[in-house]
Design a protein around this ligand. Structure first.
Ligand SMILES: CC(C)(COP(=O)(O)OP(=O)(O)OC[C@H]1O[C@@H](n2cnc3c(N)ncnc32)[C@H](O)[C@@H]1OP(=O)(O)O)[C@@H](O)C(=O)NCCC(=O)NCCS
Length: 182
């Protein structure tokens, strides 16, 4: 079976699928209202999804396998929310989504990027470190359910990563990237 994914802007009709993924991935998920607000009511917000086209002999079925919400506020890119379906992790989807945000932010003249991540979230911290973010501080008890500190990470100056990540399919929004099948 041939499979691939592409990065495209999210639309309101994807809300149900995004919410399902959000609820599957986080202990304190964003609500439908919060997601809707980012999709339609926030001038700084951008929302990208990774869509996988699973091909069989008779039809192609698109499925949302990841998403990334981020804000571009003048010179600053803020990574707000990122998730990849569990069965599709470690295939470059999360990195591709973040890299697409970096590309867009650079195009819009952003010069630095920041994010918060749970101190125990080793996979996300590894991903951000590999992309080029560095820890610059912490926010005590930032998260609830469970209560936990956030690590504040920054990329300054903002650059798009090169090397192995790109070989694996770290591309900007709209292009396709080949992946393994599920
Ligand atoms: C964090 C998350 C988005 C990563 O998505 P992903 O598609 O698996 O990430 P990628 O495949 O692009 O990973 C790229 C690199 O990040 C690092 N990385 C990602 N997951 C990792 C893990 N579980 N352990 C160690 N390193 C990891 C690796 O360096 C990896 O490269 P490699 O696979 O060649 O070793 C995903 O695990 C997820 O959705 N987690 C739950 C939600 C969440 O925590 N979101 C982040 C909130 S801040």
């Amino acid at each position: 079976m041939l499979s691939e994914f592409e990065i495209v802007p999210a639309t309101s009709d994807m809300l149900d699928d995004i919410l399902a993924l959000e609820e599957a991935c986080f202990s304190s998920p964003w609500t439908r209202k919060m997601l809707e607000g980012e999709l339609t009511g926030n001038q700084f917000a951008h929302f990208l999804v990774a869509i996988r086209h699973r091909q069989s002999k008779i039809k192609t079925e698109p499925a949302i396998i990841g998403y990334h919400c981020f804000w571009i506020v003048f010179e600053e890119l803020r990574l707000m929310n990122l998730a990849v379906r569990e069965s599709m992790r470690r295939r470059g989807v999360g990195g591709t989504l973040v890299t697409a945000a970096l590309h867009l932010a650079l195009e819009q003249s952003a010069t630095r990027a920041i994010l918060e991540v749970r101190i125990s979230n080793d996979s996300a911290r590894s991903l951000y470190t590999r992309i080029g973010f560095v820890p610059i501080g912490s926010r005590p008890r930032y998260y609830t359910n469970p209560i936990e500190d956030a690590v504040l990470m920054q990329m300054n100056p903002l650059v798009v990563p090169h090397g192995r990540q790109r070989e694996k399919g770290f591309v900007s929004g709209g292009e396709s990237a080949s992946t393994d099948s599920l």
